[in-house]
Design a binder for this molecule. Structure first.
Ligand SMILES: Cc1cc2nc3c(=O)[nH]c(=O)nc-3n(C[C@H](O)[C@H](O)[C@H](O)COP(=O)(O)OP(=O)(O)OC[C@H]3O[C@@H](n4cnc5c(N)ncnc54)[C@H](O)[C@@H]3O)c2cc1C
Length: 404
């Protein structure tokens, strides 16, 4: 019998395992991941940015966990010798209409306590010589890291703490019996006193299987990237972002210098017809029908039809994608861009068509379910893990086994 079982070996599941091991050093902890590697889905296909926390609604979990997470991620990388760099980023307004939005974002950043500066187009040129803009914010605390490496270290720490880590193990059924859960997998059956669902793109289904209705559905949004040809990398020194549309949870296509020196451009945001659909042609009937028959999706589509169509065009046409990037750096040409990996975001969508903006952590019987952990969850992972552990009630039956 395990004390805790975590479903999902992405960055949230692994950080939770690490935090549990610290809080309960005698507990028997199990991490179950269906893939053959850690961080195989969202975590392993993201932009690798350590976000500062400028964007998020003051007082939200995202704002708090991201600001603190930015600091704890950097400390973790320093302590464990993981390559990272605080390269800073510029958020640039390229049209007059974007200037008031840039100002709002600046005020929000100040409210969130982020180290930021309002800078002129000339000052932007000193940081990013090839950017053309009307005004910008310089965010000093933003950085870059490889989150796969971070996860590898989280997993090593869990193993050192005595945790049991199982790859290739998919949880197929959760049975609740007298104060314990029986997890049926393709690789055996496991009993646990407490279950933590960190299943990312499948978190709503796992929650339902565990008896909790998240009142929201995960809708997969693919983010496609191009990479700048090596001889064009000089065009980007660090991170260059547009002013985001405040109606939308995504940040807009941007340039990201990765920790290995490559420069990625993207991601866009198109509906994926499969939850783990990394290619445009990927399709899964169950996933597709679930989205198409969900009223929330149609309400969202009606509200953001224009934006949605633009995203589809940008997905199908390299010329349209290039045009978006040229707003930031006019010199970039289609032939400078090579298609590279895509990532799929798990975004929870409510029945009424509203996107769940904040992190969503729900409680069930002896269980916690992370039902919305989009960006900046990688940056915030250490704080999310700590918060989940803090929310676990110190119940009698747990106490007796944990406090030995
Ligand atoms: C394109 C893109 C760019 C992003 N850029 C950034 C960024 O720059 N900075 C940032 O902070 N955040 C970024 N994010 C967000 C960040 O990557 C995610 O918020 C974070 O990785 C979520 O972690 P997770 O552990 O919840 O999910 P995941 O990494 O998806 O992990 C969930 C795991 O659960 C496993 N699983 C699912 N079902 C089962 C089951 N039944 N049994 C066993 N295992 C199961 C899956 O295989 C998966 O490995 C980005 C995301 C995307 C997609």
């Amino acid at each position: 019998m395990y004390d805790f079982a975590i479903i999902g070996g992405g960055i949230v599941g692994l950080s939770t395992g690490m935090a549990l091991g610290k809080r309960y050093p005698h507990a028997k902890i199990l991490v179950l991941e269906k893939e053959s590697q850690w961080a195989f889905h969202q975590t392993g296909n993201n932009s690798g940015v350590i976000h500062s926390g400028i964007y998020y609604k003051p007082g939200s979990l995202k704002a708090r966990f991201c600001r603190e997470g930015c600091r704890s991620m950097v400390e973790f990388c320093q302590e464990h010798g993981i390559d990272y760099e605080i390269c800073g980023k510029v958020i640039v307004a390229t049209t007059p209409e974007e200037l008031p939005r840039l100002e709002n974002l600046y005020q929000r950043g100040l409210e969130n306590g982020i180290k930021i500066k309002r800078i002129s187009p000339e000052e932007v040129k000193e940081i990013e010589p090839y950017v053309s803009c009307l005004g910008a914010i310089h965010v000093l605390s933003t950085g870059i890291v490889n989150y796969k490496q971070v996860c590898k270290k989280y997993a090593e720490i869990i193993a050192q703490q005595g945790g049991d880590l199982r790859l290739n193990t998919k949880v197929e059924k959760i049975i609740t019996n007298n104060n314990c859960h029986v997890l049926e997998t393709n690789n055996g059956t496991f009993k646990t006193r407490f279950t933590i669902n960190c299943a990312g793109l499948h978190s709503d289904r796992v929650a339902k299987g565990g008896g909790v209705d998240p009142q929201a559905k995960i809708v997969p949004f693919r983010g496609e990237y191009y990479e700048l040809k090596p001889e064009k990398r000089y065009l980007v020194k660090g991170l260059i972002y547009p002013v985001p549309n405040p109606e939308f949870p995504f940040l807009g296509v941007h340039f990201t210098r990765m920790i290995d020196g490559s420069v990625h451009a993207g991601p866009n945001a198109v509906l994926s017809l499969k939850r783990e659909g990394y290619k445009k042609t990927d399709f899964d009937w169950r996933d597709f029908v679930e989205v198409m028959t969900y009223p929330g999706f149609w309400k969202l589509a009606a509200k953001h039809a224009d934006e949605g169509i633009k995203e589809i065009i940008r997905s199908l046409s390299k010329a349209a994608f290039t045009k978006s990037l040229q707003k930031l750096i006019p010199q970039v040409q289609a032939e400078d861009l090579i298609p590279t990996h895509a990532g799929v975001r798990a975004q929870a969508l409510l029945y009424d068509g509203k996107l769940v903006d904040d992190f969503l952590i729900l409680h069930g019987q002896n269980s916690v379910h992370v039902c919305n952990a989009p960006s900046p969850a990688a940056t915030s992972s250490i704080e999310i893990g700590k918060a989940i552990v803090a929310q676990i009630p110190d119940q009698q039956h747990l106490q007796t086994t944990l406090v030995r």
